[in-house]
Design a protein around this ligand. Structure first.
Ligand SMILES: [Zn+2]
Length: 469
């Protein structure tokens, strides 16, 4: 599921929990880092923002599948189309305003003055009308905040904020007090339309809620199903633990290569994601070939093309989500408290936008930060230049060898990605372990496969670091 609808995306500071102190600490840290010449360590979640806190209040969402009756589908469609239209009308107005004057409208008042919005209010009801406008306003506010951070030099150089785009999906926004969740009946009652829609799926965050938040209903064209995203404000807690750091290198052969101070290496292979990419390419090129025939319906062809891309995006998101959850749980079990993600700085194309087929480094980093946040682990982002060129143990230049290995002039061979991860660990102030025991996994859209457990004990290509040191 696309989370940008529910959260305003990259939120650097958690409000309401001594944000000022955290701000001061951060400024100090930035100054310190600049002194050392290694700038641009960016906190990616609430624990990285507030390293000393044991509690944090955040918004989370449960996603459940709606099971609307036939006549309810018509109703949902009508409301969703109106909402989509309203949202895009507002996005367009704000975008024009921004392009012409540089001003960013982060309020919702305009729609109340402008008579051309009156029809929407009737279809949606005044509360949900306002809620849809708030959704738009929030994405512009978050854009404004990112611009301000950029001006203050607090964003990584490659992160270039872009104004919000128009909404492609069908969506319904319901204000927090305009729906009721009937847990026993497994149904949601929409107050304005006065319908009760059944759902299927488990609620996790809603049970822990301090308060109920917005409900967003979306239509997933690939699955042909309606989903409800129920936001809840919850309190995350974590125990104070002995600090254990972990460095991560992001890549294509290995989506994630991680090494923790306590000597555990984790590899998440990129093979399935790669074949998903390949499959998409094949399907689209076959479609394009068929599209050359004169009697081929262009609209149908375009729709099908879009469908393949959407399907791919969805499978990619599921794969990343599965990996991030598995990775965060494994780190938690290993006692890791702080994670440093090396981000390839020269990749300018992989921004948090949709419709982007570049390798999803940024998506992976964000998914890890969020999954780790749930388990009390701080995640930081840092540049990874040269981390693959030098030996993490000796600091001298390494030679690239076949099969993803590197050779140090001191005579030991290492897994290239694990070596990079160890260099990132070092940059994050961590201690490079003497020996590394490696576990390898293959993330898929349906789950994470643990593979080659036997390799732990043998010094095979997947765990050459055992021979290192
Ligand atoms: Zn070496």
């Amino acid at each position: 599921m696309e989370s940008s609808v529910l959260y305003s995306g990259f939120r650097p500071v958690d409000r309401g929990l001594g944000a000022n102190r955290a701000e001061e600490e951060k400024e100090q840290k930035v100054v310190e880092n600049k002194k050392k010449g290694e700038k641009e360590i960016t906190p990616l979640n609430v624990w990285a923002e507030n390293p000393n806190f044991t509690e944090a209040v955040v918004w989370r969402a449960d996603t459940v599948k709606l099971l609307p009756a036939l006549e309810q589908v018509d109703l949902l469609l009508r409301i969703a189309k109106a909402t989509q239209k309203l949202v895009n009308k507002e996005h367009k107005r704000r975008r024009l305003l921004y392009e012409r004057t540089g001003m960013i409208d982060t309020g919702i008042k305009h729609a109340y003055w402008d008579q051309s919005y009156a029809g929407f209010k009737e279809v949606l009801g005044s509360k949900n009308f306002a809620e849809a406008l708030r959704l738009v306003a929030e994405s512009w506010r978050s854009f404004k905040e990112l611009l301000e951070l950029k001006e203050r030099g607090e964003l990584p150089a490659w992160l270039d904020p872009k104004p919000p785009k128009r909404l492609k999906r069908l969506i319904i926004a319901v204000m927090h007090d305009n729906y009721r969740l009937l847990e026993d009946e497994k149904a949601i009652r929409l107050r304005y339309s006065n319908v009760k829609i059944s759902f299927q799926g488990e609620l996790r965050w809603w049970r822990e809620r301090m308060q109920q938040g917005r409900l967003v209903i979306t239509y997933d064209e690939v699955k042909g199903a309606w989903y409800a995203h129920i936001a809840s404000e919850v309190k995350l807690k974590r125990e104070k633990r002995e600090p254990v750091k972990c460095g991560i290198d992001l890549g294509q052969e290995q989506l994630v290569a991680a090494v923790a101070e306590n000597g555990v290496g984790l590899l998440y292979r990129g093979s399935v994601l790669k074949s998903e990419y390949y499959y998409l390419k094949v399907q689209v090129s076959e479609l394009d070939k068929a599209g050359r025939f004169a009697d081929f319906d262009v609209e149908v062809w375009l729709e099908k093309r879009k469908w393949w891309f959407r399907r791919f995006r969805m499978r990619k998101q599921e794969l990343i989500k599965n990996m991030a959850a598995h990775f965060a749980e494994t780190l938690h079990a290993l006692g890791v408290t702080d994670v440093y993600v090396g981000y390839p700085r020269n990749i300018n194309h992989d921004k948090p936008t949709e419709n982007n087929n570049a390798w999803p480094y940024w998506e992976i980093a964000k998914a890890i930060a969020r999954a780790a946040e749930n388990l009390g682990i701080a995640v930081y982002l840092m540049p990874e230049e040269n981390t693959s060129k030098v030996c993490a143990r000796h600091g001298c230049e390494v030679k690239r060898k076949p099969r993803g290995l590197v050779l140090c002039p001191y005579g030991h061979v290492m897994h290239a990605d694990l070596n990079a991860a160890m260099n990132i660990l070092k940059r994050g102030g961590g201690r490079v372990p003497e020996r590394v025991k490696t576990l390898s996994f293959t993330p898929t859209p349906d789950g994470v496969i643990e593979r080659g457990k036997k390799r732990e004990s043998k010094a095979e290509p997947d765990s050459p670091a055992q021979r290192a040191g």
